[in-house]
Write a protein that binds this ligand. Sequence first.
Ligand code: SF4
Ligand code: MG
Length: 335
Amino acid sequence: AEKLLEIRKLTTGFITEKGMVKATDQISIAVDKGQTVCLVGESGSGKSVTSLAIMRLIDYAGGMILEGNINFHGQDLAAKTQEEMRVIRGNKIAMIFQDPMSTLNPVFTIGDQIAESLQLHQNKNAKEAAEMAVGLLKLVGIPAPEIRAKQYPHELSGGMSQRVVIAIALACNPELLIADEPTTALDVTVQAQILDLLRKLQAELGMSILLITHDMGVAAEIADRIAVMYAGAIVEEGTVEEIFDHPSHPYTIGLLQSIPGFEGGRGGELYTIKGTIPPIGQLPTGCRFHPRCPHAMEVCSMKEPPDFMITDDHRAACWLFQGKPVQADNKDEVR
Ligand code: SF4
Ligand code: MG
């Protein structure tokens, strides 16, 4: 399959009172055309920083890219100027966030907001844009779109607002949609509807989706591939089937066991991984998960594990898999 986005060994950091601290550490992820990749982890694992880095909004958040590439269509976004990024952000990559109200402007009707995006990014005139806005509201499953187009954001429920935000994102006809916890603020039923909508839109429009979530249940619903992040690193990555059928990294297993009713879980009782994620800049030595890991061995506190290949298409950074081939990228590094 054709790669749309290929992040290679991306390290990002923030300047703090204690100096530069890494927020992501040599992460690699690929998203093929038409594919959905979920980046899963607890809050503070570096998921959102990764999306900000792809969009290069990290530059405005006090952070920076220290190392690595973000290849999008074979061009390195990490090397672009902000002027070049503005064109890419509006037209090829769109982003939606947890709170739709942070995107919507309270003083304009939702029809006007979608139309504005169409005028800006697709060179439509006002009349065409207004008509297309109604079409987009229909596409995202909003009933009575002509009437809704004339309404203001406060007149919509949370689920409807998130649909409008998706319509605005689609107005720039993106090849990649980055969705950061798009359903977290919604109740479970509405959450399922929004995930259905994203799946439907992807099938119709062929766009790629990078979805960021703390919830393995959400990833199970929508992902083709899952990358599990912990304390700034990807600790396991593979197809959704591999991750659910053969979870390998102890952290992934812990995340899965926290899903109520999951087979590998403890009879459905809610399991939580003991301890907390280390704050950025305070990583333990060796494996970053070792203080919380029920399987930690002597080597784990001393040496950082490389990515071991569980299968050709499934990797885990864990010493339990020593003996499996080391991922090609990791071979000549002492990590
Ligand atoms: Fe646990 Fe060691 Fe694997 Fe880290 S490397 S996850 S501490 S077993
Ligand atoms: Mg986040």
